[in-house]
Design a protein around this ligand. Structure first.
Ligand code: ARG
Length: 573
């Protein structure tokens, strides 16, 4: 164990058991960073009430029972335990990390983790909300994979349902070739809106669109062909966005709504036979306990409408069953907008009633907050249309180019750095706020070279690379030993030891912003170190070796961390 917080927590728990009996050894020691020591443990205060003893007395009993190998402890204030790790211990752990190619990231027993993310609608434009679910989901996928889990990506495309009736008719009206070109160019949203307008204003069109739906569902060959083309050309656009972003999704990960169509009848039958679904006012419904609507009436999850049609919820139930039974998921993560919270709660509750979700197979909604424009409303272009993502990403690159314009690079180098910086900025902005909070999309802020931004971290990383370049040293060959003389060296080393547990907590809690905050702290600790401790010009060879080792370790943590966030780092910046 290298994470100092975990090491200290284990020690204090041991002391709790020794001092007050084994029943207390499971108590949370409440380890927090401290101003006066490396950490403090606050457990004595919470325990004192229950033990009916003075907090300082409880704290002293813990000190007396504590194994103080490698640590110093004192009671402070009303009963905090101030805990400080020995420099020698920190240095030895840092040396170990340097020799460990996983840099302290554990490999726990692998699980099968299904991650449902991105999931744009083929019938509509992919919007910034989908960009965010794509980016957050991709980081979770990378992180679980790095921990050794078997990750199955599922891109639950909106590629089925009644809108396709009207879309196909519109496509025929405009002409196949022109329509498909527009879809591949990312014009899907305007296309959808045109169709919608006609549907609402032209009874003849409405009639044709309605007749098209059963033809699609019934497998009419011509209709299916047009539908397939529609999807295929839209997917080309999605793929362009994925490639531009550098996300790991491929066509193999597509498992759209249409895939579940053949399973829906059977899903409804199974639920009805099991008594989970019942007929209510002509519709087949599940009434999961605890959900009520107006007048405290039980709220139905409708799985077959009175006209026999199936909806979004039916498809999601089929998807859960498939993911548990066929994909053998231990854990299913739904990286989807927070606005769908009630839908997922009801779907999950129904799937538990059906016995598909159990203690062994869980589902979680990783709620994604909305991305807003500077006016605080849903993000739109100035003219009020929704934004084409390829254009948005292209703009990020152009703006990033302006940020580095004065660095004297030739055009090609500038372009490639700008590509990495632009995408890094957009991704980091999505990842660094907690996934369920809203945030304002703001190019100037995300592209800033200072503060908690992607470009700042890329810059900090590139700067460490330049130390090694200037010294003609390969960071992979640096081996220490690390010796901690200066406070800034000690602070940096202590920070680096936490890498493995941050990665674990990102996976456990589905919270990539923890990794962002951690890497930001690392970069700042490195900056303080670099300001006060010369590396290449250190006072003697052993100090130089130690500082090179600290720099190499920092570089690795930043590179591995940013890689998990899907962010590339330019060689120089
Ligand atoms: N296509 C949906 C949307 O854009 C998201 C689908 C999320 N995944 C799911 N299994 N329902 O809102």
């Amino acid at each position: 164990m290298t994470d100092p917080q975990l090491v200290l927590a284990a020690r204090v728990q041991q002391a709790l058991g020794t001092a007050f009996g084994q029943e207390y050894s499971g108590e949370d020691p409440l380890i927090r960073p401290s101003q006066f020591a490396d950490y403090q443990a606050n457990v004595a205060l919470s325990l004192a009430k229950r033990l009916r003893r003075a907090p300082r007395e409880v704290a002293q009993a813990l000190v007396d029972a504590l194994d103080t190998t490698d640590i110093r402890v004192e009671v402070s204030g009303p009963g905090f335990l101030n805990l400080t790790l020995d420099d020698g211990w920190i240095a030895a752990q840092a040396d170990r990390l340097l020799g460990d190619e996983r840099t302290g990231v554990p490999q726990p027993a692998p699980k099968t983790v299904v991650i449902d993310y991105s999931a744009p609608n083929a019938a509509k434009e992919m919007h910034v909300g989908h960009l965010r679910t794509t980016i957050v989901g991709d980081t979770l996928a990378r992180t679980h994979e790095h921990l050794g889990d078997r990750v199955i990506r599922q891109n639950h495309l909106g590629d089925w349902g009644t809108p396709f009736g009207m879309l196909i008719e519109h496509l025929l009206d405009i002409g196949e070739e022109e329509s498909l070109e527009r879809l591949a160019a990312g014009d899907g949203n305007a296309f959808y809106q045109e169709a919608r307008r006609k549907f609402d204003s032209d009874p003849d069109f409405e009639e044709r669109a309605r007749r098209r739906v059963p033809m699609l569902q019934g497998g009419d060959p011509d209709t299916l062909r047009l539908w397939r083309e529609f999807i295929e050309y839209t997917q080309r656009y999605f793929n362009r966005v994925y490639r531009q972003l550098g996300v790991t999704l491929t066509d193999d990960d597509i498992a759209g709504e249409s895939m579940y169509n053949p399973m829906l009848t059977d899903v409804c039958d199974e639920l009805e036979h099991a008594g989970v679904a019942v007929m209510s006012e002509g519709a087949l419904c599940v009434f999961p306990p605890g959900f009520t609507g107006r007048d405290d009436q039980p709220l139905p999850l409708i799985i077959r409408k009175s006209d026999g049609g199936y909806g979004y919820a039916t498809t999601d139930l089929a998807a859960i069953r498939y993911r548990v039974r066929d994909l053998k998921a231990d854990r299913i993560l739904y990286v989807v907008g927070a606005t769908q919270s009630l839908h997922f709660q009801m779907v999950f509750a129904s799937a538990r009633m059906a016995g598909w979700l159990t203690d062994e197979a869980s589902a979680e909604h990783v709620q994604i907050g909305s991305v807003l424009g500077s006016d605080g409303k849903m993000f739109k272009t100035r003219s009020g249309e929704s934004v084409k993502l390829t254009e948005l990403l292209e703009e990020a690159v152009i703006r990033a180019e302006a940020v580095i314009a004065d660095r004297g690079y030739d055009a090609a180098t500038r372009r490639s750095i700008a590509q990495q910086v632009g995408m890094g900025a957009v991704k980091y902005a999505d990842l660094s706020v907690s996934h369920d909070s809203e945030y304002v999309f703001d190019f100037d802020r995300m592209l800033a070279l200072t503060g908690n931004t992607g470009p700042y971290l890329q810059y900090a990383t590139a700067r460490i690379r330049s130390i090694f370049r200037n010294g003609s040293i390969d960071p992979a060959t640096v081996s220490g030993p690390i010796v901690l003389g200066e406070p800034a060296e000690r602070a940096l080393a202590l920070q680096l030891l936490g890498f493995g547990s941050v990665i674990e907590s990102v996976a456990e809690l589905s919270e990539p912003h923890r990794l962002c905050n951690y890497l930001f702290d690392v970069a700042q600790a490195f900056t303080s170190f670099y300001e006060s401790c010369p590396v290449l010009k250190a006072e003697n060879e052993s100090v130089r070796q130690s500082r090179l080792a600290l720099s190499a370790l920092t570089l690795r943590v930043l590179l591995q961390g940013l890689h998990l966030l899907g962010i590339e780092v330019p060689e120089r910046m």
